[in-house]
Design a protein around this ligand. Structure first.
Ligand SMILES: [Zn+2]
Length: 385
């Protein structure tokens, strides 16, 4: 298979030859700035925080392997070939059931196994305070419990790679140390921790912040506070939800400037209702509303967001719109850099690299990314041309 397109990194028009699951050859078709009629080609997206799609929640107690497979595959249309299905705060039984279904999906289907290179457990060891708790159900928030986590990891077949935890929760620091010893990536989130507690978590090995700037109080002491503390610690990478609703442009610019592009990881944190039309929906006895203009909130108010209604491609386009990062940097913030942090295969446009690619259009003056083709392991998984 051959693809003619402009490289996303140096804008050179090239012809890529794919053989089997790999890029076999990349031949020049002219100089950078030529063949402006061609679409771009880049490595595809990897999103570390996806809750579901089109009415399917990975956190659903009744999640089946079939639904997980279909929900994973639905992401090719957005240029995503890898994502961490994310389970949020819930009972042990529900979490264990969910992880077992995800595991079974990966065991049954090789493409899903590639799509889900790890699972993300966001909770239940989080702050119970209103604000930091976000949309996580209060009655299931609990102290950190390594034994319980071990049983969840067992249900998941060892596939949980990322855990979001609040450092101030009882037992959290000990939990973080054990998690890091087990090669998990620990992320700080949904927290009301003091600066000392944040530092203790980072000293124990926490390496990132989950959706920095969200899952926080509406009003905070000017300083010190847990946002500054995480922003100012160079040892922490930051996940950002750049969907245009979760963070204002100035905050996104500040996080990118403080962390650098390589340590700012774009996520859409898509809700299980992403892709559904506006209206009210109930999930696990929480009423959630998809609003006309896109965001998804706890029903009856507009301040508490309950995940995003858009996908990674839209979040990358928004970063491009409001910060001065380049096209290549923005794409890598949702692909290579998170893969590097999680020690997964860093896909590059070069000979011998995995043939995981996306072909897309992006107007010279900015605007939306339009995904034309998504290729995973040398197979065309989405073709929207
Ligand atoms: Zn969250």
């Amino acid at each position: 298979m051959q693809i003619q397109a402009r490289r996303y990194d140096n804008l050179e028009p090239v012809e890529l030859t794919i053989a089997g699951e790999q890029i076999e050859r990349i031949s020049p078709l002219g100089a950078a700035g030529e063949r402006l009629d061609l679409p771009y080609v880049s490595p595809p997206f990897f999103d570390h925080q996806i809750n579901g799609y089109d009415g399917v929640w990975f956190s659903d107690e009744e999640l089946t392997a079939e639904a997980a497979i279909a929900t994973g595959a639905a992401h090719y249309q957005f240029g995503v070939t890898r994502l961490f299905p994310t389970l949020i705060t819930n009972s042990f039984a529900a979490l264990s059931q969910g992880f077992a279904a995800l595991r079974s999906a990966c065991e049954q289907d090789a493409a899903t196994d590639r799509m889900f290179p790890g699972f993300h457990l966001e909770g239940p060891y989080l702050s119970g305070e209103d604000g930091p708790r976000g949309a996580h159900p209060k009655d299931q928030i609990r102290p950190a419990d390594w034994e319980e986590f071990q049983r969840l990891q067992e249900a998941a077949g060892g596939r949980i790679l990322l855990v979001t935890i609040a450092p101030e929760v009882e037992g959290a620091i000990d939990f973080i140390e054990r998690a890091v010893e087990s090669s998990l990536v620990v992320s700080i989130g949904h927290t009301a921790a003091s600066p000392e507690q944040i530092r203790a978590a980072v000293d124990a090995g926490a390496r990132m912040s989950t959706h920095l700037g969200n899952g926080a109080h509406g009003t905070l002491r000017r300083h010190p506070n847990y946002i500054w503390e995480q922003l100012g610690d160079a040892r922490l990478a930051a996940g950002v939800i750049s969907d245009g609703h979760h963070l204002p442009p100035s905050v996104l610019r500040t996080i990118v400037a403080a962390k650098g592009v390589e340590n700012t990881l774009i996520t859409c944190d898509a809700s299980g209702l992403a892709g559904r039309p506006p209206g009210r929906y109930e999930f696990e006895s929480v009423e959630v509303e998809v609003l006309e203009r896109g965001p998804i909130v706890i029903a009856g108010q507009s301040q508490i967001l309950a995940g995003s209604g858009v996908q990674t491609d839209v979040c990358v386009a928004f970063i491009l719109r409001v910060t001065d990062v380049s096209l290549a940097q923005a794409i890598d913030m949702a692909g290579r850099y998170p893969a590097r942090l999680f020690e997964l295969d860093e896909i590059r446009l070069r000979r011998g690299s995995a043939a995981d690619l996306m072909v897309f259009r992006y107007p010279e003056r900015g605007g939306d990314l339009t995904i034309e083709q998504t290729i995973a392991a040398g197979q065309v998984r989405y073709d929207g041309r």
